[in-house]
Design a protein around this ligand. Structure first.
Ligand SMILES: N[C@@H](CCC(=O)N[C@@H](CS)C(=O)NCC(=O)O)C(=O)O
Length: 256
């Protein structure tokens, strides 16, 4: 069992919630990992970004920024993975383990979420978009250098701690792991230079939620980067988080 306690057997189905996502996106995978870590099942709709489906009018009404993920809970629409995850944890997760209930504890996790959103993610975007969209064959040296700076910061942040938030996995680790595991494909993390970061990512990669929600998308991202062409792994949607996890025999409760 991983540190997050993600093997708990009870899955809560939220029939009124939908996630629009694409597996190759780290931001989408951060939400999928949080869902799995909290044993929440919602409707998941795959959106093919390579076909521009995220720019369809019905999507723009929900998110004028033309990005994924998009999350809907009845009339509420949230379009940022960090905000989606803190909402899900506050609204539907009782434990307070991934996202503490006290103000100080929350602030420390939010600090990590802002770090991912404001520092790490923009470097992912700068490094990957020329390869994804401009037919650049590799990451430009200046972008690789910026990524290495982030690896160094994370290495320093992990001094004396197993996880970025302390002793166990939190939403902060989940968001950063989604982004850094993707960066690791573009600019491999050197174990000798970054031993703590490399061990942390290895620990994260052993979590059940990482296996069920991050691995497949990382593979898609890698193939997309390698071929620099449209990945034709055709999506069938909608489907449920539960179906994606493909776990059988887990009793479900419905959240009103
Ligand atoms: N801060 C946002 C970032 C969302 C974002 O930039 N998503 C990317 C995919 S990883 C996207 O939709 N990019 C638009 C595109 O590639 O055209 C979040 O965390 O949800």
């Amino acid at each position: 069992m991983g540190a997050s306690g993600s093997t708990s057997v009870l899955t809560t189905t939220l029939k009124h919630c939908t996630l629009f996502k694409t597996d190759r996106s780290p931001a989408c995978r951060a939400v999928m990992m949080a869902l799995d870590a909290m044993n929440l099942s919602i409707t998941e709709v795959d959106v093919n970004m390579d076909k521009g489906e995220h720019r369809y009018p019905e999507m723009l009404v929900m998110n004028p920024l033309q990005t994924l993920p998009i999350f809907k809970d009845r009339e509420l629409v949230i379009c940022d993975s960090h905000a989606i995850n803190t909402y899900l944890a506050s609204r539907y997760n009782e434990t307070g383990r991934l996202y503490p209930k006290d103000a100080g504890g929350r602030a420390l996790i939010e600090q990590l979420l802002h770090y991912d959103s404001g520092v790490v993610y923009p470097k992912y975007r700068a490094a990957s978009y020329p390869v994804l969209y401009d037919k650049c064959s590799s990451v430009l040296p200046e972008h690789a250098c910026e990524v290495e700076c982030t690896y160094r910061e994370l290495e320093n942040m992990l001094v004396g701690r197993q996880y970025l938030g302390g002793c166990w996995v939190t939403l902060g680790d989940i968001s950063v792991a989604a982004t850094v595991s993707t960066l690791n494909i573009l600019v491999p993390i050197d174990k000798l230079n970054y031993p703590r970061l490399s061990s942390w990512l290895h620990r994260m990669s052993e979590e059940i939620f990482y296996i069920t929600a991050n691995k497949k998308g990382l593979g898609e991202f890698t193939r997309r980067i390698d071929s620099s062409s449209v990945c034709d792994d055709v999506f069938k949607c909608p489907r449920s988080s539960e179906g994606r996890r493909a776990r059988t025999g887990t009793p479900e409760t419905e959240f009103q």
